[in-house]
Design a protein around this ligand. Structure first.
Ligand SMILES: [Zn+2]
Length: 315
């Protein structure tokens, strides 16, 4: 009897496991009909239907100005590391592992966080489709691409250990817009053809992380909210910082990412590797950059006030 129960139990487990496929993006469904696309990610990890998921659409009229959100401090971001960068096609994105010396702090973060990797999300940059592929959006508008620099708590030795805390990760998100050619991305982009297929990796000389970001003087304006990773396991313990100023890449540069494929030989081009926006569920999005300019009326009154002050002084 017990054996029978055990057998039934095993069958049940096998069946359950067989039903749940690997997670994938919607653009992979044609090639892999059995895979779980974003609306079904909770079957892979229940946390994906949690109440603090990412990405989100940021509605600017609803953001809350928070004067404690000073500019972040970037430590080691302008230093070229000693270890080679390893670029990897992991079947979902191109990911570059970092030797975790660059750190961020300040900017309303409760502690320092160290960078462990960066990766990107994109759509289809070319006409006629032209699908913007950023994960976050501002007032419903998406950018062609989004860069994520993933950090873990300074006191954690790896991502798994960091995730044991409710504030284990801090991700810096930068939108990428189509504009002038960005020479700082040339080497990285030239390596993409060497990692066309899932599981392939390539090495390159390291760069200062800052060279891939917008100028530091433009980084004081950002949005902040509490969310999750945007891929399974959808871990909710991510402090998100989304910068207003985008990185610039040219259209031909943006197009190079479509050389990657989701799988091995003759598979689908890696495009639209983004998760759709998730509900805020009452979360507040904070904003660091209230306008420091005086309202127009005050600006107009200023010369008048100065004239009066000066004339009263001269009397
Ligand atoms: Zn990401």
């Amino acid at each position: 009897m017990e054996l029978l129960l055990l057998a039934l139990c095993c069958l049940h487990v096998l069946k359950t496991e067989a039903v749940v496929g690997n997670w994938c993006y919607r653009s992979q469904k044609c090639e892999q009909p059995q895979c779980e696309d974003p609306p079904r990610w909770h079957l892979v990890n229940a946390e994906c239907k949690g109440s603090r998921q990412s990405p989100v659409n940021i509605v600017t009229k609803n953001v809350v100005y928070d004067k404690s959100l000073k500019p972040l401090t970037f430590e080691g971001y302008d230093v070229k590391g000693s270890a080679k960068w390893v670029l990897e096609n992991n079947g979902h994105t191109v990911k570059v592992a970092l030797d975790s010396s660059p750190k961020i702090g300040g900017g309303g973060l409760g502690r320092k966080y160290k960078a462990v990797e960066f990766h990107l999300h994109w759509g289809v940059p070319q006409e006629p489709q032209n699908i913007p592929g950023s994960e976050h959006s501002i007032d419903g508008e998406k950018y062609p691409m989004e860069l994520h620099v993933v950090h873990i708590r300074e006191d954690a030795s790896n991502v798994a250990e960091a995730k044991k805390n409710p504030d284990g990760l801090a991700v810096l998100a930068f939108f990428v817009k189509a504009d002038e050619e960005n020479k700082n991305y040339a080497t990285l982009l030239s390596k993409l053809e060497n990692i066309q297929f899932k599981g392939q990796s390539a090495q390159m000389d390291p760069l200062p992380l800052m060279s891939l970001l917008p100028p530091e003087k433009d980084l004081w304006k950002y949005y902040r909210y509490q969310g999750s990773l945007t891929t399974p396991d959808c871990y909710e313990g991510v402090i998100w910082t989304i910068f207003e100023k985008p990185v610039e890449l040219s259209l031909p540069q943006l197009s190079k990412f479509a050389a990657l494929q989701f799988d091995t030989k003759n598979s689908t081009a890696m495009t639209e590797n983004f998760r759709p926006a998730q509900p805020l569920n009452g979360r507040k999005v904070l904003w660091s950059g209230a306008s420091t300019a005086l309202p127009v009326a005050e600006l107009l009154l200023l010369p008048l006030a100065l004239t009066c002050t000066l004339s009263s002084l001269s009397h």
